[in-house]
Ligand binder design. Sequence first.
Ligand code: ATP
Ligand code: PRP
Ligand code: NIO
Length: 487
Amino acid sequence: METRDLTLLTDLYELTMMQGYFKRYKDEDEIAVFDVFYRENPYNGGYAIACGLEQVIDYIKNLKFTKEDIDYLDSLNTFDKEFLDYLANFKFSGDLYAIPEGTVVFPREPLIKVIAPISEAQLIEPAILNFINHQSLIATKTSRVVYAADGEGVMEFGLRRAQGADAGTFGARAAVIAGCIGTSNVLAGKFFGIPVMGTHAHSWIMSFPDEYTAFKNYAKLYPNNCLLLVDTYDTLNSGVPNAIRVFKEMKEEGIELKKYGIRLDSGDLAYLSKEARKMLDEAGFENAIISASNDLDENLITSLHIQGAKINSWGVGTHMITSKGWSSFGGVYKLAAVQDEEGIFVPKIKLSENTEKITNPGNKKIYRIYNKDDGYIRADLLSMNDESYIEDKDLELFDSVDTWKSAILKAGTFKLRELFVQVFDKGNCVYESPSVMEIRENCQKELATLRPETRRLINPTLVPVDLSNKLFRTKMGLFKEMSGKVL
Ligand SMILES: Nc1ncnc2c1ncn2[C@@H]1O[C@H](COP(=O)(O)OP(=O)(O)OP(=O)(O)O)[C@@H](O)[C@H]1O
Ligand SMILES: O=P(O)(O)OC[C@H]1O[C@H](OP(=O)(O)OP(=O)(O)O)[C@H](O)[C@@H]1O
Ligand SMILES: O=C(O)c1cccnc1
């Protein structure tokens, strides 16, 4: 897709702090480590899906203050000439590490780590959080809807109800990554190379003198993709009989309908789908698809399955694209370390009355630990960047919240994988994003590494995100040092 200049997509306080850092350090900024992480799984689920990295990459690659940007900032009467001259030559010069898109992730582990001069790292905070928070939320919501659909295709229909054009378009990207088979959003199809699909609206039926004529015209025009919306007048007395009449006539005329069936968009979807299934089967159209839409979400789809609904294709819009019921992913960007004169990263901690909100200090990395026998994720391990762990040595894990809890994993019972990939090296992009359809495929594999008990929609078993011995000791040391101290 075309690149956009989003350099001013930041909060004013980042720029005012930047000017302060600039005056303080002049030639060489202090190098800082910032972590992007979230604290609570959306919908009280068992996981989230990391999404939005490609947009972070595009944004950072295109960071550049234009003359118009500088003139605008000048007009705010807040920034001096020396600082504006510095901005005019600004380029991101830092490193960035990330968990690849489509990976399942858990609370309190960094999805992205930025190591950069503090002013640069500060500027990019809001945009990074904007991309990651939005797409990770929609991807996580979608994976729940797709889970409920249990192998039946889910089409993303949300554009018209999304909170703006970006939400509709990047939301469609996230939805396809998390398992939707396609989207009705044509711009998203063009930008991201994802399948576009759909049926037709009530207006098509209403524009003809009668329902039969509307169906017939549609079927003749689109014999390869002919899902007829049957609820405009009377689903069982008019819509389904007219659809069957058209399917029969097309057959008699020797026109093969490839993908065909009906869409239900109102009324009791369980009852109507069962009745429609009987009518279609009796007429010899056993392979006709029955698609349903109308304010669906994971709970309604689950309920419709329990009710024995004969629906085998789902169109989901409003509730998925707006993540109804969980309005924000809640991702944050927190300082974890600063580099001293010797180049050593000095860990920093943010205290809180709420132990869950105390940050994990230091320049860190993440190991994912899989059970050797069944391949499921056993835990994630946050460690300091200079530590390394191997599979043939026992592994000690400390709980990151209830720090008195620890466990030892026996060597040979687990497999390890480091989650971070390097994305920027001294300002140069060293990572190529896979295509959206490749990320989608990878996401399916990722979801299969979650135990069914973690994937379920209600009261899932949580995956622990633990600390290494060194990180645990660093955290405790800083905690003791800082608490009670008036700073
Ligand atoms: N069998 C069912 N069990 C639970 N919920 C259902 C069932 N069938 C439909 N629903 C849901 O009930 C809600 C209301 O649907 P209904 O069609 O009655 O109202 P509506 O959307 O206001 O109708 P209309 O589109 O005709 O204005 C929708 O979210 C729909 O998905
Ligand atoms: O219910 P959602 O999950 O948001 O799915 C998208 C909805 O958008 C359309 O309705 P709309 O009334 O906008 O247009 P229509 O005339 O095509 O039904 C469609 O028929 C779905 O009901
Ligand atoms: O193609 C469809 O059926 C469709 C597209 C957008 C919204 N609702 C339905």
